[in-house]
Design a protein around this ligand. Sequence first.
Ligand SMILES: [Zn+2]
Ligand SMILES: [Zn+2]
Length: 368
Amino acid sequence: VTELIKAAVLTAVNKPLEIQEFPAPAPSTGGAVVTVAYAGICGTDIHLKSGNLPVPMPIVMGHEAVGTIAALDPALSTDINGAPLRVGDRVVWSNNIPCGRCHECLVLKERTLCKSRKIYGINRTSSDAPHLLGGMAGQIALEAGTAIIRIPDEVSFEEVIALGCAGPTALHGMLENLTIHPGDTVAVQGSGPVGLAAAIYAKQMGADQVILLGAPASRLELALEIGACDEVIDMGIYTDSAARLEKLRQMTAQERGADVVIECAGVPAAVAESLDLARPNGQVLVLGQYTDHGATPINPHYITKKQLKIFGSWGFAEAHYVKYVESLPQLRKRHDLGALLTVFALEDVNEAMDTVAAGQCTKAVLKP
Ligand SMILES: [Zn+2]
Ligand SMILES: [Zn+2]
């Protein structure tokens, strides 16, 4: 008798996800089967469901997950760092497999820009075997080429999934573009998971003062509580950009503005505001525009006049995920990452998605 594994499947745009059952997979050559402990729900999942980002359907959703190796192909004996891999090991994996052969992968050396990346839970349909290619399921089939990373002993599943894909996303943009010095002020726009991750890493990279601009107040309180930032600007109170700019100026040395601004809001208007918030010759990282929400008026004069340095960054690749996991033993000592989680049963996936869409929790995760 083949064991059946439950999975949350998107069958059509704007339809509730269905719980379907698939036969338990066997590991493919060079691959592994992982029993999922937690699967995260990310803002991107809300966009996938609403059709803002087209995906092949039906699809087992979930591009962030952690779990335990259930079965291992003999051809796979170590994780991406060369550590031995065995059944029962706790692991996490980079959710995407760049092709490694194209212009973007080999010439630009920007694996995040690979056009033929395979992404678990985003462009892998469940129509064909092994079906289970997303995290929102009892098990996931990881194929050869997946960067599997053993979770350090002292780090819990909860601590790995707390920042979800936001952790490596923030690290990618920050490590490869920004220079943060001791004494710097970093302003982060947006208090969702990417904003929290950016704030946490700004501190880790040496910033003295991290100011988080966001809403609702409950989320900002949580951010302060776990030490993700030093100060907040509540957008529920400072409702217009002029008021926020004035407030931020007052908070910074000589009212200069922020040395570094990291846009994690996902709202086009936030990019225009980031140019104001940055000090002359400051750095701006645009990290939040994951879906195309359209154009926004900006005044390019400020870019020239202030000699701003502006960067963009898209997703993450294996190296960023490895860095993310390496950062967790330190992060967990400084921040109660587990406090960010709200746990739902796999069967309650639609309720969990609605909660995320309404911004009513910081990080929703499913426990299959
Ligand atoms: Zn995501
Ligand atoms: Zn490629």
